[in-house]
Design a protein around this ligand. Structure first.
Ligand code: SF4
Ligand code: SF4
Length: 372
């Protein structure tokens, strides 16, 4: 048996042991959907453990509240075990399967890909552009395409995004099948309503009482919920910026860069600022998190995604601020390299947690937990 498989089997067995204790105790059942969902089971096979681990959002409330946490002999500490199992599900269901080890070395993988995309794009532009192009300012409609032709910019992005979409779609279908999501859940309006509400409002990050998660101690705070909201909605607004920019260019015949008060720029600026606040806040909270409840390997996966999102947003905002200066060509190349690198790594990053968690919530549906 490989070391990886032994580790994954141990995590599943440990989760089974802990869930059996929790199922008898049930002290934490008001905190999150994990505990009400757990009570529907008497035993915990791998697919149930995968489902419950992906319902967990790592608030650590059960760690801080537990009377059986270490040094008690029961040694109950659910958050790091669930975190290891979530990483295991990402690797187990990923398509293509050969990409599974990338989740184990996610920080290094993301750093290498992003560096390569930025360096290769810089070299290609240095060779392709006429002398002086990268050292001069370019203004007015179509200025960006003086640096990188539209067909290249859109063609590279199209290939990367299509592959990423196919990968996360296949991975999500595999996970949904394994975690017990059935046609009954998929066809239930009540399940969809509850899931959309929970995702849009990040309802469960309220901690079961509306006062928020725990972080470094038993103190409640909604900061984690708010930083997640900045990140999620910031990402959504950046997606809207790209979509509206495509409409402007393809249907309205207007070329970027667009005026400061056009829809793509307004969406992009607010999304970028949201992402900087959200990712910066989440990274700051992680540094303060209780070390026993938030293991290092979880931070590696989280930090890789957060740092990439922050770099993309900061470079995008800088490009917007300096787009009429001679720094624009290099800022554009760096920003595009970071964006391409982000989308190459996306199917093999913590991003899939959002999809798997949504699918687990869809199975849970209205559940038994009513929260503010
Ligand atoms: S985490 Fe501890 S307190 Fe909470 S249900 Fe499990 S055993 Fe009980
Ligand atoms: S860490 Fe939070 S979300 Fe996860 S099981 Fe414990 S209470 Fe539930």
């Amino acid at each position: 048996m490989s070391a990886e498989l032994i580790a994954s089997t141990r995590a599943t067995e440990e989760a089974e042991r802990l869930l059996t204790i929790c199922n008898a105790c049930r002290y934490c059942e008001g905190y999150c959907p994990v505990f009400p969902a757990m009570t529907e089971h008497r035993s915990f096979d791998a697919s149930t453990v995968y489902y419950l681990a992906n319902l967990c959002h790592q608030c650590t409330a059960c760690y801080h509240a537990c009377q059986y946490k270490p040094p008690h002999q029961f040694d109950v500490n659910l958050p790091p075990v669930f975190s290891a199992i979530r990483a295991q599900t990402f690797a187990e269901f990923v398509w293509p399967a050969a990409a599974a080890p990338l989740f184990r070395h996610n920080g290094r993988f993301a750093a290498i890909v992003v560096t390569l995309t930025v360096v290769l794009l810089s070299l290609a532009m240095n060779l392709w552009t006429a002398p002086g192009t990268l050292a001069s300012s370019h203004t007015g409609p179509g200025a960006f395409y003086a640096v990188l032709p539209h067909s290249w910019m859109a063609g590279i992005a199209g290939v990367i995004v299509l592959f990423g979409m196919a990968s996360v779609l296949v991975s999500s279908i595999r996970f949904a099948h394994h975690c017990g999501l059935t046609r009954r859940h998929l066809l239930s309006p009540a399940h969809w309503r509850a899931t959309i509400t929970a995702v849009a409002t990040l309802q469960y990050l309220g901690g079961g009482h509306g006062d928020g998660c725990h972080n470094e101690d038993t103190h409640n705070s909604n900061l984690r919920r708010h930083f997640h909201q900045f990140t999620m909605w910031g990402f959504g607004l950046c997606f809207l910026a790209t979509a509206t920019a495509a409409v402007y260019e393809l249907w309205l015949g207007r070329l970027s860069p667009f005026p400061y008060f056009s829809l793509p720029v307004l969406f992009g600026t607010s999304g970028g600022v949201g992402l900087v606040i959200g990712t910066g806040g989440l990274l700051w909270l992680k540094r303060r998190a209780h070390p026993q409840a938030l293991p290092q390997d979880a931070s590696n996966l989280d930090n890789a995604l957060l740092v990439q999102l922050m770099l993309v947003s900061v470079s995008g905002l800088l490009l917007l601020a300096l787009r009429e200066s001679s720094a624009m060509p290099w800022l554009l190349i760096i920003h595009l390299g970071l964006v391409y690198g982000f989308f190459v790594t996306l199917p093999f990053s913590k991003f899939v947690h959002g999809l798997y968690r949504t699918l687990a919530l869809l199975r849970y549906g209205p559940g038994l937990l009513q929260q503010p």
